[in-house]
Design a protein around this ligand. Sequence first.
Ligand code: GDP
Length: 452
Amino acid sequence: MDLVIVGCQAGDEGKGKITDLVSEGAYAVVRYQAGPNTGHTVVADGGEHRFVQVPAGVLRGAVGVLGGGCVVDPRSLLTELADLRDGGLDIDLRISESAHVIFPYHIAQDIAQDDWRGAELATSAATGFADGTGRIGTTRRGVGPCREDKVARIGLRLVDLLDADLLAARLSRIVPLKRALLERVFGRPDGAEPVTAEVDRLVEEYGAAGRALEPYLCDTSTWLRRARAEGKYLVYEGSQSFGLDLEQGTYPYVTSGFTGAAGVTVGTGTSPAQRFTVLGVAKAYMVQVGGGPLVGELTGATAEHLVSRGREWGTVTGRRRRVGWFDAPMVRRAIAVEGITELVLTNLDVLAGLDEVQVITGYRVGGRTVDAYPVRLRDAAAATPVLERLPGWPEQDWTEVAHRGAAALPAAARRYIDRLAALLDVEIIAAGVGPDRRDTVPLSETSLLSEK
Ligand code: GDP
C-alpha cells in the first residue's frame, strides 16, 4: 500500500504523531517536498523527538527517504542526523541525488525578499491581516529562493557537490549574481569577502558536506519502484499542508512547493497511475503562522486558552501561532481536492474547558453569504465567519479516555466530531487527545489506523 498523509489546514495539524502511528510496519517513510522549513514533533516512550529534514517515521525503524522534490540544507541535515543518533536513533536514510541544495546566499535572499514582500503586500490589497506587516512569514531557511533557482535552471543538486570543478565553475557565476541582487536591489551589503574567497569557501565546505552525505545518495525513484514491486508498505509524509500548497493554497501566503498529494508523484518520480490512499489530518481548530488570512481570528481569553493549552508556537521558528474556530468550508475543499477518504481530528483535548465551541460554516463577504473560501485576498481579509455554536466539554484525564476508547469521550466532544464529519462529508476515524502517540482515540474499527 502507498499511504499519503496530508494536512488539511495551514500546517501544525499534528501530522508527526499520525505519521508515526501509520509508520508502524512501514518499509519506508518518504518526504516528497519541503526542506529545513518544516518540523514534526513526536512524543513517544517518554521522550520528545524533533524532526526537521529527516522523516518522522524513522522512529519506527522505517527507512527514511528524501525525494527529489525536497530541498536540502546539507549542513543542518548533518547536524540533525548527528543529534538523532546521539539520542539513540539508528537511522537508515536514502536521499535523492537530484534534490537541490540550499546555500547561505539563499538564506540571505529569503530574509531580504520576505521583508521586501512584506512592504509590498502591506501597501497592496492585502491589508487587514492581523500581523500588520503583510509578510508571508517564511521560515527564512532559504527554501523559496533555492526553488526559484531550480526553476531558473541555475540551482545545484546534491550530486553536483561531488564534482569540485563543476561546483567552482557554477558558483563563480552564481555568487556575483546573488551579491548584486542583495546589494543593489535589496541594499544589503554582504561583507567585504572577495568573491573568489567566498567561492573557494563554499566549494570546500559544501564539497565536504556532499561527501559526508554521499553514502545516502541514490536514485530514489528507482529505489521506491523496486520497493513497491516487492509489495512493501510505503508512507509518504506530508510536511506543510493543503493551505500552503503553491497551487491550491491561499496564494501568496503559501510555500514554494506542492504540499498536497499531487506533490508525491512530482517529488518522488512515481507515476500518477499508481494507486495512493490519502489520509487527512486536521486540528480541531484553525492555526496560522505569520501573516495571511485567518477568517474569524480569535483574540482574548479563548485565543489564550487555545495557544497555551495547545502550545501553539512553531517547532522550527518558535513563533506564536494565531488561532481561530474550525473552518469547515476550507477543510472541506482540502478533502475534496486531495481525495481524502479518512480523517484524523487532532487536539480535541485543547478545546476542553470552554463553555461552548464554534465552527465556521460559511462566510459573509460584501453583504453576501458564501460557503466557498474567498479567492480574493481582500475578501478573505474582510470576510466575517458564519458560526455555528455547540456545547463545550469539561477537562478530562485524556490518557485515561484514550485508554478506554471512544465510549469514554465526553458526549459533547463526540457531538462536535459527528457535526464536523457531517459538514466535511468524510469519516473521522480517530481523535487526538494529547501529544503522545498513545493519546489517540480510534473511532472506527475498520480504518487505516486500526488496520495498523
Ligand atoms: P505538523 O507536523 O506540522 O503537522 O505538527 P506536529 O506533528 O509537529 O505537531 C504539532 C504539535 O502538536 C506537537 O507538539 C505535537 O506533539 C502536538 N500534538 C499532536 N497531536 C496532538 C493532540 O491530539 N493534542 C495535543 N494537545 N497536542 C498534539
